[in-house]
Ligand binder design. Structure first.
Ligand code: X2N
Ligand code: HEM
Length: 518
């Protein structure tokens, strides 16, 4: 007891001494100390951390809190490759105050995408990003079992029968766009794909998933609200989900008006007893009661519509932008696509869902675009219970995050020879071969593959796997076919902007187009 008391005394007097010394310093010196202290602390902390053999190796950084944000935020795949050389497939880095543990390659895909529900949480990782935009009660603002059911509810509007109806609508929207937008005036010209593709995506997705009423509202001032909401769906939300700035206020106002508008639409259909099988709105009106007997409220249905549309919007617009830019460098592929389409459709121009199933080069063009440009370069989970890295003594503690990057494996020579070359034909031979694991699992939204150790996972895997894959292929396939039928184009491939929500081309992202002779 007295030993401890003496020690406390000792520390106290040492502390007082240091305090006296600091007080005696000049103001400039004091400021220097205050500035240097966080750096000193961070370096000592990293030193002690590196001595622990129960921790994943941590990438060294100079700037406290910021950590490795700049190299990661600017070139994540290059950053991962450098870390992999030093530390192997599993390493940690600091990102804006959060410790992120990365596990690269198929083993990492399995470790993170198939981690147990109790050990990792997607909602804890994403809710700051998504809830201010989508609204309350859905996606990552509810327990996981509700998300699993929301995915099941939404999937009803994402079946083959729906896609058969959607394809002509998507084609009509694309034709309407390329025949009336000012960037497509005349017989040749230049178009910024970062403007055209988001517009084509929202028109086609709204027309099919939300119905004609909402689609028509996009020709009015309503479109500005979409743009305001969209500007609020940015990675800045991970750090600052709410700030007293005009853009945040516009986001919240846009959210309220859009969700109220969807609720009005739901109510109108209810009152007129006009509930059919047209779109996602109908599907959710018919089927949105959880297995515990509680029904989703109209507000929640509206928010789910916002979320699903918003997710599909960014991923799909990025993908079509990239395939246009890649094909612009490959006129030979455009001709091959043109001939493939001609050989299946003959003199017919109106592509159908069935046709899309018989156009392997169209589908492989999308598949190859997703390989090179997986829209989400990083997938996160928050660690809720200490998590052991398989076959090691290393533990990822509660409160840290895990990060999986299938896009890294998808652009790696180890898995894809000539990884950086855009070559849709690389998929010609091994159509679905290779994924030998036929083991499946159902988390509540339909059966999916149990294993996630493929290096190619653009739609993720496990309980959070995408439900939009078939819709995306249908939408993107119809857009691609319609472009090939209408235009020839050239372009120069831009660099990648990794700091947006999805991996986008940097500006200028233009194609020079020319209408095909009839
Ligand atoms: C400060 C450069 O820029 O150094 F949407 F119904 C709806 C989305 C997950 C994005 C991760 C990190 C960027 C750091 C920049 C729905 C369709 C979904 C699925 C650092 C200096 C939402 C993480 C963005 C990392 C970029 C999560 C999406 N299908 N959509 N420093 O989505 O699914 C949905 C699901 C994510 C990200 C990043 C930095 C269902 C910097 C400079 C600066 N990213 N990002 N979805 N960074 N710097 C979605 C899953 C969910
Ligand atoms: C989940 C990719 C289009 C709806 C995911 C995930 C990925 C992904 C990687 C898993 C995220 C994670 O594990 O954290 C893509 C790509 C798309 C696309 C590459 C297009 C090319 C769509 C579309 C929709 C959609 C069109 C809706 C119609 C969803 C939903 C989830 C999801 C609801 C589930 C989220 C969860 O369970 O946590 N997507 N997506 N996606 N996606 Fe997509």
């Amino acid at each position: 007891m007295s030993g401890t008391a003496a020690l406390i005394q000792e520390v106290q007097s040492a502390g007082l001494y240091v305090f006296d010394v600091i007080l005696a310093l000049s103001t400039a010196q004091k400021i220097m100390i205050v500035v240097a202290l966080p750096f000193l602390y961070s370096i000592v902390w990293q030193l002690l951390y590196s001595l622990r053999n129960d921790r994943v190796p941590l990438v060294f950084y100079w700037i406290p809190w910021l950590g490795s944000a700049i190299p990661y935020g600017m070139q994540p795949y290059e950053f991962f490759a450098q870390c992999q050389q030093k530390y192997g497939d599993c390493f940690s880095f600091l990102l804006l105050g959060k410790v992120m543990t990365v596990y690269l390659g198929p083993k990492g895909h399995e470790f993170i995408l198939n981690a147990k529900l109790n050990d990792v949480s997607a909602e804890e990782a994403y809710t700051h990003l998504t809830t201010p935009v989508f609204g309350k009660g859905v996606i990552y603002d509810c327990p996981n079992w509700k998300l699993m059911e929301q995915k099941k509810f939404a999937k009803v509007a994402l079946t083959k029968d729906s896609f058969i109806k959607y394809v002509p609508l998507i084609r009509e929207e694309v034709l309407n766009y390329v025949n009336s937008d000012s960037q497509f005036r005349g017989n040749k010209g230049k178009v910024n794909v970062l403007k055209s593709q988001p517009e084509i995506t929202i028109f086609t997705a709204s027309r099919t998933l939300l119905g004609e009423e909402v689609r028509n509202m996009l020709n009015t001032g309503f479109a500005k609200l979409y743009s305001d909401l969209d500007k609020g769906f940015t990675p800045i939300n991970f750090v600052f989900p709410n700030l007293p700035l005009p853009s945040y206020k516009r986001r919240d106002e846009a959210h309220n008006i859009i969700s109220s508008t969807y609720m009005k639409l739901i109510n109108k259909r209810k009152q007129e007893n006009d509930i059919q099988d047209r779109d996602l709105v109908d599907a959710l009106m018919k089927n949105s009661t959880y297995k515990d007997g509680t029904a989703m409220t109209e507000r929640e249905i509206a928010n789910l519509l916002i979320g699903v549309l918003m997710g599909g919007q960014h991923t799909s617009a990025s993908t079509s932008s990239w395939f246009l830019l890649h094909l612009g460098e490959r006129p030979d592929l455009q001709e091959e696509l043109y001939n493939e389409i001609k050989s299946v459709l003959g003199d017919r121009k109106e592509v159908t869902y069935e046709d899309l199933q018989h156009l392997p080069l169209v589908n492989n063009t999308i598949k190859e675009t997703l390989r090179l440009h997986m829209p989400l370069h990083s997938i996160f989970r928050k660690v809720m219970n200490p998590l052991q890295v398989p076959d090691s003594k290393m533990i990822v503690p509660k409160g840290h995050y895990v990060l999986v990057s299938p896009g890294f494996a998808m652009t790696n020579e180890k898995y894809f020879p000539n990884a950086n070359t855009f070559e849709p034909h690389r998929w010609d031979v091994s159509q679905n071969a290779g994924s030998s694991d036929s083991d499946t699992v159902d988390y509540g939204f339909g059966t999916i593959s149990k294993g996630v150790s493929s290096p190619y996972l653009p739609f993720g895997g496990g309980r959070h796997r995408c439900i939009g894959e078939q819709f995306a292929y249908t939408q993107l396939g119809t857009i691609l076919v319609t472009f090939i039928q209408t235009f020839k184009w050239t372009s120069k491939l831009p660099k990648v902007d990794y700091s947006s929500m999805v991996t986008l081309p940097e500006e200028p992202a233009e194609i020079e187009w020319e209408r095909r002779a009839e």
